[in-house]
Write a protein that binds this ligand. Sequence first.
Ligand SMILES: C[S@@+](CC[C@H](N)C(=O)[O-])C[C@H]1O[C@@H](n2cnc3c(N)ncnc32)[C@H](O)[C@@H]1O
Length: 223
Amino acid sequence: MTEAHDRSLRISPTPEVVDYVLTHSLPAHPAQAALAARTRRQYGGLARMQIAPEQGGLLTVLVRLVRATHAVEVGTFTGYSSISIARGLEPGGRLLCLDISERATDIAREAWQEAGLADRVDLRLGPAADTLRALPPDEQFDFCFVDADKAGYPGYLDELLPRTRAGGLLAFDNVLLGGEVLDPRSQGDAAVMRAFNDQLAADPRVDVAMIPVADGLTLAVKR
Ligand SMILES: C[S@@+](CC[C@H](N)C(=O)[O-])C[C@H]1O[C@@H](n2cnc3c(N)ncnc32)[C@H](O)[C@@H]1O
């Protein structure tokens, strides 16, 4: 399949390349730099759970592309990705944020205030699968971003796809899991993610593109 393609024009995301990409993309919202620093202070190495900076502008552009007024995020943490999504919404748009951590989302609430986006965001605390199941069946989303517990991805797809409008976009983060999904012997989250990736790529309800940005981002447009 790919043997016939010349791969010499592919570039590795070295730090220099990522910096170049960042300086030629939508800049981060000023509130995101302060948020990243605060998250680092409070969470140390766990701050790596935030999306990569080069994914921030990408999310905003994708939200703009689908002209989203209704968006949902599964896995908000301290709010970095939610700012990228919320700033791309159409006027009057709303972002529903789902997470289980009160501590992390207290930081997110402050960041939304600082960014002037608090009036666009609804936060619901609790297991995201329960929150999604309890939504009215006719609640429709234009854009869905999934970045929570990896074992939950198949269930999130089941709940979100029927609630996504035709032409709407679903984005799933960390689909490469540091490359672990490529090893057929890997277990746990990697096995779940491998099965999820196989299932989504073959799902006739969506057109899928897996993007090797950061830890892997799959885009699925609903037919
Ligand atoms: C990778 S972090 C999200 C990072 C965030 N998107 C960002 O860019 O800052 C994953 C988040 O999912 C949340 N989470 C884990 N399991 C969950 C569940 N069952 N329901 C809702 N949220 C969950 C965690 O509390 C954590 O804040």
